[in-house]
Design a protein around this ligand. Structure first.
Ligand SMILES: [Zn+2]
Length: 455
């Protein structure tokens, strides 16, 4: 095997075999210089239109336009967003869509999360493929299907295909702001507790593990997150590992046709703060920064669980299942208290109803966990990392590692555990804790003296 770029390329190309949407991924140095050939391989004689914002146009977009033109591709006037504090919202899709509808040119997104999501969704609305030149290792959305866009004051995921091609020039990524690559690092290390959540959902049978998609994300995960200092310092090899992991996570979502491969309860912390429109110092913290705090939060919960639960814990929960049972009326009332005044109320009601079970079924599940405990516990231990270790790694990557760094006070974090549990159907460690009637022993105790989040 040659250099680390070749090794990354070999692994990515292997993963592409499982994907329907994405046909080509290139990660390397000076790759922008080859964007013309890359485009032609994917789209033949189509015209191109570069989509960027003012910053990404300067750092890469202008070169992309010139390279495409030099390869004989007809290039339209670029579409450049000029919006301060830009984030993916529907009005920005609405701005791009007519421009695409008026032509048959292929969008070449030049940017990271926001530009990619806007181009992805707008292209799908005109039923056209697109490609992206990634400018930072900031999130795992380059190769995922679906676009995360704010609509009616709620961040929502809109269904749309992943890009046909992804081209990453490491010369650009290495110069990206440190905080962007740090955010991607936190989004990647999140796959550690997310994997544990998938293990418990798999055991329950609600979302069985897709072994190929699992391997794509989990087999090299420890390597990808092994050099946080390098990520913070803009080291080429560390950032190539990071971008490989992020791209691979998106490809795994394409393979499994679910985001379960790349997200668990830790992402629900982030989604909740998105929907609360949380800002800190006048700006919404990045997806990765919120996910990073969620990752430490769920890792701390897992750690406490694995240190204290035994088969007897499940027996106790089964014996008390009837008296601890929370009927749908009680849950609905609580959802109204928590979300009644927000745009999320109907969504959380629908999601919670899907995972609501009667005492009989709850006892069956608890017995299943008890009977599997001897295999499940070591499996989870092998998957997870101690919360303090994850916290240190995230800190070394220059991402926030305590909630206050993104403007979340301890009390609010404590409440977030509960609200995040109610956000989504997807079974995870929060549901597990709830089903065992262990909320105060596990979650509340994290905030008491001696607990992980005690100040
Ligand atoms: Zn994410």
């Amino acid at each position: 095997m040659g250099n680390f770029y070749d090794e990354t390329a070999a692994r990515l190309n292997k993963a592409l075999m499982y994907c329907d949407d994405t046909k080509a991924v290139v990660v390397g140095e000076k790759t922008l210089g080859a964007v013309g050939g890359f485009f032609k391989n994917l789209f033949n004689d189509s015209k191109a239109v570069v989509v960027a914002d003012k910053t990404t146009f300067e750092i890469a977009g202008r070169q992309v336009v010139n390279e495409l033109a030099a390869s004989g591709i007809e290039v339209e006037t670029p579409f450049i967003y000029d919006v301060p504090h830009m984030h993916a919202e529907m009005s920005l899709v609405d701005a791009l869509k007519p421009r695409l509808a008026a032509t048959d040119a292929i969008a070449v997104a030049v940017g990271s999360g926001t530009i990619n999501d806007l181009s992805k969704y707008a292209s799908s609305l005109v039923e056209r493929p697109y490609m992206v030149c990634g400018t930072a290792a900031s999130m795992d959305g380059y190769t995922s299907f679906g676009a995360s866009i704010e609509y009616n004051e709620c961040k929502q995921t809109f269904s749309c295909p992943a890009p046909r091609g992804v081209l990453v020039d490491m010369d650009v990524v290495c110069k990206a702001p440190q905080k962007m690559n740090a955010a991607g690092f936190a989004d990647l290390i999140a796959k550690i507790p997310a994997g544990a959540d998938w293990i418990i959902a798999d055991l329950l049978g609600t979302e069985p593990i897709d072994s190929i998609a699992w391997s794509l994300v989990q087999d090299s995960l420890r390597d990808w997150v092994s050099n946080p200092e390098g990520v913070a310092a803009g080291d080429r090899k560390a950032l190539t590992s990071l971008i490989e992991g992020l791209i691979m996570s998106g490809l795994a979502m394409q393979k499994a046709k679910t985001s379960r491969t790349a997200s668990g309860a830790e992402h629900q912390f982030s989604h909740l703060w998105d929907n609360q429109r949380h800002t800190y110092n006048g700006e919404a913290p990045s997806h990765g920064f919120k996910v990073g705090i969620g990752t430490i939060s769920t890792s701390a919960l897992y750690e406490r669980i694995l240190a204290s639960w035994t088969e007897a814990t499940f027996d106790y929960a089964i014996a008390h299942a009837d008296e601890n049972f929370r009927s749908w009326d009680i849950i609905e009332k609580e959802l109204e208290d928590h979300f009644g005044t927000t745009g999320l109320y109907e969504t959380v009601k629908r999601e919670c109803r899907k995972k609501y079970v009667e005492p009989q079924e709850l006892k069956r599940r608890l017995a299943l966990f008890r009977d599997s405990w001897n295999e499940l516990k070591p499996k989870l231990q092998a998957q997870l990392m101690p919360a303090s270790e994850i916290q240190q790694i995230i800190h070394k990557a220059a991402a926030p590692s305590i909630p206050e760094e993104i403007g979340i006070e301890r009390e609010r974090l404590h409440k977030t555990y509960r609200l995040a549990q109610q956000l989504r159907y997807r079974y995870n460690v929060l549901d597990w804790t709830h089903d065992l009637g262990q909320w105060s022993e596990m979650v509340d105790a994290l905030f008491l003296p001696g607990g992980f989040w005690a100040k």
